[in-house]
Design a binder for this molecule. Structure first.
Ligand SMILES: [Fe+2]
Ligand SMILES: [Fe+2]
Length: 160
């Protein structure tokens, strides 16, 4: 466990140093800061990527960047548009401040699937998209709803 925590910290180091990324700590998301949200999604995704033998570094980096935007970047007046558009804003910011690979790009811009139409291309993207949904529900409603949604997502991805 100690080794895994160290590996996560090593990946996170790059983000911790970036002043733009640190601004996520000033934004509220599901009653917490957006920095707490992306870290929770990234940590769960990190551990699960080990379990499923996926590309852990891309999973973790993509998860950390999946909601990389501040309230200045978005228009919250139309919530439906916000749900569809924020992955592309996060992708634009990610490319501006970090070097990202194809898997990370796919994780960021497809994480709202099926709200955004394009299907995740990699297993790494499916993982982060699923974890984000479970974590978002957990943060919004705490436990019971998150468990129900988790089961629903597993079911949805399995019938595709
Ligand atoms: Fe998001
Ligand atoms: Fe998210």
């Amino acid at each position: 466990m100690k080794e895994l925590n160290l590996e996560y910290s090593e990946i996170y180091e790059e983000f911790e140093k970036n002043s733009e990324f640190k601004k996520l700590s000033e934004n509220i998301h599901h009653g917490l800061t957006r920095l707490e949200h992306v870290n929770r999604v990234a940590k769960w995704s990190f551990y699960l990527s080990k379990l499923f033998k996926l590309d852990t570094k891309s999973v973790t980096r993509g998860a950390l960047l999946h909601d990389f935007f501040t309230s200045d970047d978005i228009n919250r007046e139309n919530y439906k548009d916000f749900l569809k558009e924020h992955p592309l804003i996060a992708l634009e910011n990610s490319k501006k401040y970090f070097e990202i690979n194809k898997i990370e790009e796919d994780i960021i811009c497809k994480h709202m699937y099926p709200i955004t139409r394009k299907k995740p291309k990699y297993r790494e993207s499916i993982l982060v998209s699923s974890v984000d949904k479970v974590v978002s529900c957990y943060e919004a409603f705490r436990f019971q709803a998150a468990t129900a949604v988790g089961i629903m997502i597993l079911f949805l991805y399995n019938i595709r």
